[in-house]
Design a protein around this ligand. Structure first.
Ligand SMILES: [Zn+2]
Ligand SMILES: [Zn+2]
Ligand SMILES: [Zn+2]
Length: 198
């Protein structure tokens, strides 16, 4: 029940460190944010082989540019979909049903899929935050690769393995992705601020 977890987290946060300082106005604002934020999908992960973002919620792990399936490591991202695009949140990010990577579907050219040809979109239309400060439950340095069109993590010296050859090459926005923390216990973490929560 992700929505219920969100609600409890925000209510606890509101009581814990907003309520004491500012009372009900901010508390009410947080509640509004929670209600508006009803569509997110969990199980988006970093692949430690290619450094791209892929969907790990199926038994099969797609196709990694390094060969075989992707291998998840680290944070479990919790991504918004089917919500309006804003100046700091870009739509048209899609799941590729061939390689399972997250790719940008806003161009006529669909990039380079490790399975062959371009990526093929399926399912939700993800709307991803960019160029905002990362809160305690968000990670930045996620970028669009202008060679394969996948989302990859650009925070390391090594740029992973691109389906188009060599490493990924970052272009455009600096994406800030929300991950699932320990929502019940880590109330000291700063929750996302409204621009990043939509
Ligand atoms: Zn991979
Ligand atoms: Zn693909
Ligand atoms: Zn690439």
């Amino acid at each position: 029940m992700p929505n219920e977890l969100f609600r409890r987290h925000f209510l606890k946060a509101g009581v814990g460190f907003i309520g004491a300082a500012a009372g009900k106005v901010l508390f009410t604002d947080f509640s509004t944010v929670v209600l508006a934020q009803s569509t997110r999908q969990l199980e988006w992960r970093y692949c430690r082989k290619c450094q791209a973002l892929f969907y790990d919620g199926y038994g099969k792990k797609g196709r990694c540019p390094t060969g075989n399936g992707h291998v998840a490591q680290g944070l479990n991202f919790f991504l918004a979909y089917d919500t309006p695009e804003t100046p700091t949140a870009q739509a048209a990010w899609r799941f590729c049903n061939k390689c399972y990577m997250m790719f940008y579907d806003g161009y006529p050219n669909k990039g380079v899929c490790p399975v062959g040809g371009g990526h093929v979109a399926q399912g939700y239309n993800f709307v991803l935050s960019h160029d905002i400060p990362a809160s305690g439950l968000e990670q930045n340095a996620w970028r669009f690769c202008n060679k394969c069109h996948a989302m990859f993590y650009d925070g390391y010296e090594n740029k992973g393995t691109c389906s188009a050859g060599g490493g990924h090459v970052a272009a455009g926005y600096n994406f800030v992705l929300r991950f699932k923390g320990n929502l019940e216990d880590d109330v000291q973490l700063v929750p996302c601020s409204p621009p990043s929560c939509y």
